[in-house]
Design a protein around this ligand. Sequence first.
Ligand SMILES: [Zn+2]
Length: 145
Amino acid sequence: MALEFIAPTKRRGMTKARAARIFLDANGICCNCATQIRQGEKWFVEHVESLAQGGADDDKNARPAHTRCKAAKDATDAASKAKRDRLVTAGWDRGDKPKMQGAGFRKAAKQKRASTPVKPKYEGDRFGVRSGFGSIVFIDEDSTL
Ligand SMILES: [Zn+2]
């Protein structure tokens, strides 16, 4: 498989006359399930090589297909396009764009024993409670401050 950029093909207009010509050229055989499209069955013009993958929007690439057969073909086309995109971008080096990273947490010294008092993590930290954040303080009214 050659890897190259494939631009999606611009879709031409579909006229009743063109659809009829495509239908008759294929003898009304669905290109997906290879059975006759019967009168009253819903059908549409399918592109054998999908337009998304650069298939031509000409009558040679167009076949009639049951509408009920569309989902399977679409899934195959999508898988094939995804595979191509994966192959193309597999070795893509995004460059040395740094990944977003937070500042992280400030490390405190590991507490070895429960009896060892907790050391403040940083200046202003009183036993894990940061001052200035509105901690509750009980004031003894009899004491003189
Ligand atoms: Zn079919």
